[in-house]
Design a protein around this ligand. Structure first.
Ligand code: SAM
Ligand code: SF4
Ligand code: SF4
Length: 339
């Protein structure tokens, strides 16, 4: 019997951030000049991650996604992947990466047991990449995507955050690029999460706008049956499948089975949560697995979070957190909590 929250949503999906550090500075995630980082000694060791993950798996978690920050910046990540992959009860092990360092790591990760890979790709234009990510690494990302295919990641996914006036005109071309690489692309509505301090409603490219721009170039879009995943999937006349994650205009909190663990062991029950449960504190003070499981169980039973739905009801919507508050509380940052 899965562990259910106050709205009968199961605890099944865990996003595990392995570092808050990043080698890009995407406008929608890390738009500022300065950041406060998690202190290094607070970051969970591989052994601590293995232990806490074992507890989550015994409580019913089935799918784990490694994220960050940029997960490939965590040294010896493939060692962690192998430790996670051999845990009992795990049905799916995935990772989301910006792809910059992927070319060197794809094969090692695949051999270590990583099953699925999602690479974030917002543009195919080098100048727009520089503007969006404030680094000059588009070629490396594309090289990383190709290396992932070559390493045998067959169900490769690409994630694109569409921002009005920045990269929304590239949506049909990004879809064509994904098709060429036999990857499934998902277009994500720009969210007003921590980190997105420059967010404004006019910058969001809605699900309806995304579908219209795809239809204009690629033909009729047909919805596919929906599951509990955040992406709604659609097919095109030539059989190409793509997804839309309409977190802003059509939030999917009602079926949300996801929670997040930051690199320093803060457990967040919603992407928009402003507070979490300090599991590192428990792990490092000699508390037993059974007691930690008890804390997680009580917290999940009480979970009533539906952040994106609540945000959708706000009339004069502004970024979730102001700059100064982010500086003081790194846990509110998107690059800390993992997307
Ligand atoms: N660094 C890795 C990457 O970029 O793929 C993993 C971490 S990143 C925080 C995870 C995902 O969150 C990325 O696909 C990114 O595009 C998405 N993301 C970050 N800020 C966002 C925002 N304001 N709105 C929508 N998606 C966002
Ligand atoms: Fe971009 Fe991901 Fe880094 Fe955020 S964590 S700045 S989305 S690459
Ligand atoms: Fe789940 Fe929170 Fe996202 Fe809603 S806003 S889908 S509850 S993580």
């Amino acid at each position: 019997m899965p562990l259910l929250d106050a709205f009968a949503r199961p605890l099944e999906n865990l996003r595990l951030s392995v570092t808050d550090r990043c080698n890009l500075r995407c406008q929608y995630c890390m738009p500022e000049k300065e950041y406060s980082w998690l202190p290094q000694p607070s970051v969970l060791t591989f052994e601590e991650i293995e232990r806490v993950l074992g507890i989550f798996l015994r409580l019913g978690v089935k799918k784990v996604r490694l994220t960050g920050g940029e997960p490939l910046l965590r040294r010896d990540l493939e060692v962690l992947v192998a430790m996670v992959a051999r845990q009992t009860g795990l049905r799916e092990l995935a990772m989301t990466t910006n792809g910059v360092l992927l070319a060197d790591k794809a094969e090692l990760l695949r051999k270590a047991g990583l099953q699925r890979l999602t690479v974030s790709l917002d543009t195919l234009d080098a100048a727009t990449f520089r503007l969006l990510a404030r680094r000059d690494d588009l070629d490396k990302v594309i090289g990383g995507i190709d290396a992932a295919r070559a390493a045998g990641f067959v169900d490769l996914k690409l994630d694109t955050v569409a921002i009005a006036g920045v990269n929304d005109h590239e949506v049909p071309a990004l879809l064509a690029f994904a098709k060429e690489r036999s990857a499934e692309i998902r277009f994500i509505e720009y969210m007003d999460v921590g980190g997105a301090t420059q967010w404004k409603p006019e910058s969001v490219v809605s699900r309806a706008q995304l579908l219209a721009s795809i239809e204009r170039v690629h033909g009729t879009v047909t919805p596919m049956p929906r599951d509990s995943a955040p992406a709604e999937r659609f097919s095109l006349p030539d059989g190409t499948v793509f997804g839309v994650i309409a977190s802003v205009t059509q939030p999917f909190c009602a079926t949300c089975d996801r929670s997040r663990l930051t690199a320093d062991g803060m457990w967040l029950k919603c992407l928009y949560a402003t507070t979490g449960t300090d599991l590192r504190g428990l792990l490092r003070t000699g508390v037993s697995d059974a007691e930690i499981a008890g804390v997680i169980t009580t917290e999940w039973h009480a979970r009533r979070d539906r952040g994106a739905e609540v945000r959708a009801g706000i009339v004069d919507r502004k970024p979730l957190v102001e700059r100064d508050e982010l500086r003081a509380t790194p846990h509110l940052e998107m690059h800390t909590r993992g997307g």
